[in-house]
Ligand binder design. Structure first.
Ligand code: TXA
Ligand code: MG
Length: 348
């Protein structure tokens, strides 16, 4: 591995190492770091060359904009042109935290960072290591999720090492990401505020503060003819190498269907797996990956990406998953799961 590895406790960033990592970013290099959502791949957001390096390291199309991470509320004005009062309300309530907001950009933000757009996505993460690094790096860190394009977002340093260990300058290991799904994105650059990517902060949470907010029509499956507004949401993402199908319906029917389908696939010589909640794990035959309890949907969110990676490592060819649409994180979990499944859904 080429990347220098720094290890530190999530709640107590090691000052010396943070300074070193910050210097790497100031000098145009790339450092992966933990946030409360997923690991990010950081470079200086105000340096177009650093952004180009990020695209190259991830193998990401350069029309897919990067999120600029800040660590001081007062830095928002420097990169965002017009900030509506609703956005200020959300910032007051949810920053620092797993929320990204999109505004018209100011001139200091290069087009290389925004994928050629006149808007900029801004996030103020709450992870102590992330804040310390952003400040040490100069205040503005462009950071997509630290995975190779198309793979599940990394929720631990080992995932970053696997994907990018030979392609970037340093990795800060600050333990497992708490939330495990990327931030909720709200667009304030057009008339009606819209959620471009569901996340831990739900539509209902947002509506409580800004009643006018809605889902981007491009995200609603029935309207799949409409292009999602976040360029990244149109790309194939998270997909395991095996073929994944989500099975939806009443619990008993789902269990019966999945057991029948895995039996058929096994008889055809395929290696099979089931993704399910701990409550139903005992009812399945064969190889079972438990995501967590339906009573604690945070567990399911936090383990999903690691399990998707594990399926590849275990050489699984055919995968059937239960659906996880309940509760306030349900829509975010299902959004990722359906993308991983290429929207292959079986209703039973
Ligand atoms: O939780 C997160 O947001 C993580 C951590 C590292 O902070 N970052 C992350 O970045 O998920 P990334 O690049 O993997 O996803 C950013 C998404 C993409 O779908 C991108 O298209 C969209 O945000 N995006 C960024 N800037 C945008 C803009 N100006 N307009 C519309 N969509 C934008
Ligand atoms: Mg990503």
């Amino acid at each position: 591995m080429r990347a220098k590895l720094f290890r530190m406790p999530p709640d107590r960033p090691t000052e010396e190492d943070i300074q070193q990592a910050g210097d790497i970013i100031r000098q145009g290099g790339l450092v992966a770091f933990p946030t409360e959502t997923v690991y990010g791949l950081g470079g200086n957001a105000l340096d177009p060359e650093a952004s180009e390096k990020i695209y190259a390291a991830k193998g990401r199309p350069s029309d897919n904009p990067l999120i600029v991470h800040i660590a001081r509320m007062s830095d928002l004005e420097k990169i965002a042109g017009s900030i509506p009062s609703e956005a200020r309300l959300l910032a007051q309530r949810y920053w620092p935290g797993p929320l990204t907001m999109i505004f018209p950009k100011t001139d200091i933000v290069p087009y290389a960072t925004t994928g050629g757009l006149d808007t900029v996505a801004v996030r103020f993460p709450s992870h102590p290591v992330a804040s310390a690094l952003i400040l040490a790096a100069g205040g503005f860190v462009a950071a997509p999720s630290a995975n190779l394009s198309g793979r599940p977002s990394p929720t631990r340093a080992a995932h970053v090492i696997e994907d990018l260990g030979d392609r970037i300058d340093a990795i800060i290991d600050g333990g497992d990401a708490d939330i495990g799904l990327e931030s909720t994105i709200v667009d304030f650059s057009s008339e009606v505020p819209a959620v471009l990517r569901p996340g831990y902060i739900s539509l209902e949470d947002l509506k409580a503060l800004i009643p006018s907010v809605r889902m981007d029509p491009g995200l609603i499956p029935e309207q799949s003819g409409i292009r999602p507004k976040a360029p990244g949401m149109k790309y194939r993402h998270y997909a395991p190498k095996g073929s994944l199908t989500v099975v939806e319906g009443e619990k008993e029917q789902v269990i019966a269907a999945i057991n029948r389908l895995t039996k058929e696939a096994e008889e055809a010589g395929k290696s099979c797996a089931v993704l399910c909640a701990s409550e139903t794990a005992a009812f399945y035959r064969g190889r079972v990956y438990t995501l967590g309890s339906r009573q604690k949907e945070e567990e399911i969110a936090a383990s999903l990406f690691a399990v998707l990676r594990q399926l590849d490592e275990d050489g699984i060819e055919v995968i059937y998953s239960e659906a996880f649409s309940d509760g306030s994180i349900g829509p975010a979990i299902m959004n990722r799961l359906l993308k991983a499944a290429g929207h292959r859904v079986l209703q039973v």
